[in-house]
Design a protein around this ligand. Structure first.
Ligand code: AMP
Length: 432
């Protein structure tokens, strides 16, 4: 097994990694860190929960260790779709860069623009932002992007779902062409490859098998319910299970308040978390959940993706997600860092049976019925029979074709080697 010492990180950072209690690198860290340290672009498929943040944050800190930010300039930029994810990344950067003299700034919507402007005025080494708020500051002239050396585009597939790609393109258009770009997405399908071509040049493609993210530490069950009984069944299930704390996911924002009220009627304290809440309300709800003041967080996918909260005992899918990827993300909120977790999915309609079939095909296994559910022993509907699972769909996708413009040097035919020598290619910024 590879150890952190073999990845090329500085001694100072190795001490930080040690202090964080990380024993060995995760697969995405093992594959990405040495490549990022060489300055090469990366196109990575990895989900949150796989140690992806440290995979890019650690080498970025080492790269930025020498040099200083100028006023109203940033040296690196991390773009991420949701405010919570941005805040989480900023927190991790703060933790990893304790021994370094690096400044970080978090630019997210819903927070005081004037305070953010004051921070930007001094110059920042690591700028972590959601696209909308960053464009806001850029257009007001509060921040200049021409000194950015490293761009990270995190959760590109979610950026696409949320309609942020045009904003990300606009931001990338204001950055120097010669830079290092790290592009991460939970999945790498044709669409994502196509989008990545706007940002990366001759990237090293790093794929972490999706199976890694659906941890064996999560026991999964379905619970057969009925449309009008879902609230009752959810409350019963929570009462029966030994729940320390849990995420409860709904597909629609308007279902969230109904679920919260139903839980409260059963004497169960719950917080709501969704994109229509003000940022301060979102922060407060999340803080109460993290501090164990509230055990239950009823959330939408947008608000909860990638949240890393230690020791969440359960995930309940009040609604089965329409997108199987979301299922993987949702259940990944529990069973983290070696802890055990349990995930329950309520089923109530024929459409739910179809969605279950898609989820089972995605994760490559049948999710057993919870034995305590009212009709646990009924034969399953034919729709829930899983289709054969693609082992790793990302691997079968088309590789990124070269995309040089007429004025650029020709790319080598295969850029998938681990070292520049493998790819017979020297990046432009190393030429002088
Ligand atoms: P992420 O995928 O970046 O959201 O990370 C998920 C969780 O894994 C975070 O709590 C990290 O602190 C933790 N983590 C990251 N790298 C490691 C590692 N090498 N060993 C143990 N835990 C880690």
């Amino acid at each position: 097994m590879t150890t952190f010492t073999e990845l090329g990180l500085s001694d100072k950072l190795l001490a930080v990694v040690h202090a964080c209690g990380y024993q060995n690198p995760t697969p995405i860290q093992e594959k990405s860190i040495p490549i990022i340290l060489t300055g090469r672009d990366v196109l990575g498929s990895a989900q949150t929960g796989t140690g992806k943040t440290a995979a890019f944050a650690l080498p970025i800190i080492d790269i930025l260790a020498s040099g200083r930010a100028k006023a109203r300039m940033a040296r690196s930029l991390i773009l991420t779709p949701t405010r919570e994810l941005a805040a989480q990344i900023a927190e991790q950067f703060g933790q990893f860069s304790k021994q370094h003299n690096l400044t970080t700034a978090l630019l997210i919507g819903g927070e005081d623009v004037h305070k953010q402007t004051a921070v930007l005025a001094r110059g920042v080494d690591v700028l972590i932002a959601t696209p909308g708020r960053l464009l806001d500051h850029f257009e007001r002239g509060n921040i200049m992007l021409r000194e950015i050396k490293i761009l990270v585009i995190d959760e590109a597939d979610r950026m696409l779902d949320m309609g942020f790609i045009p904003d990300v393109k606009q931001i990338a258009g204001a950055l120097p062409k010669i830079r290092q770009t790290l592009f991460f997405s939970a999945t790498l399908d044709e669409t994502i490859y196509g989008i990545s071509e706007h940002f990366v040049i001759n990237p090293k493609i790093i794929e972490i098998s999706p199976e890694f993210a659906t941890a064996d530490t999560v026991e999964q069950f379905t619970y057969q319910s009925a449309p009008r009984k879902k609230h009752t069944h959810l409350c019963e299930l929570i009462t029966k299970e030994n729940v320390t704390n849990a995420f409860i996911f709904c597909n629609m924002k308007r279902a969230i308040s109904g679920v919260k009220k139903a839980l409260e009627r059963h004497g169960l304290d719950a917080e709501a978390l969704h994109g229509d809440m003000t940022q301060s309300a979102r922060n407060a709800a999340l803080a109460r959940f993290k501090n164990n003041e509230t055990r239950l967080l009823v959330a939408s996918d947008v608000a909860a993706r990638g949240l890393d909260i230690a020791k969440v005992s359960h995930v309940f899918n009040f609604d089965i997600p329409n997108n199987p990827e979301d299922y993987v993300h949702r259940i990944g909120r529990t069973g983290r860092a070696g802890n055990k977790g349990r995930a329950f999915t309520l089923l109530a309609t024929d459409d739910d049976a179809l969605a279950l079939a898609a989820v089972e095909a995605r994760i490559g296994k049948v999710i057993p019925k919870y034995q305590g559910s009212p009709d646990a022993n009924k034969t399953p509907a034919p729709a829930s029979a899983p289709a054969p699972a693609p082992k790793n769909t990302a691997k079968t996708s088309k590789k990124t074709p070269n995309r040089n413009t007429a004025s650029e040097r020709k790319s080598p035919p295969d850029c998938s080697g681990n070292r520049f020598a493998d790819s017979e290619h020297t990046p432009a910024f190393l030429l002088n």
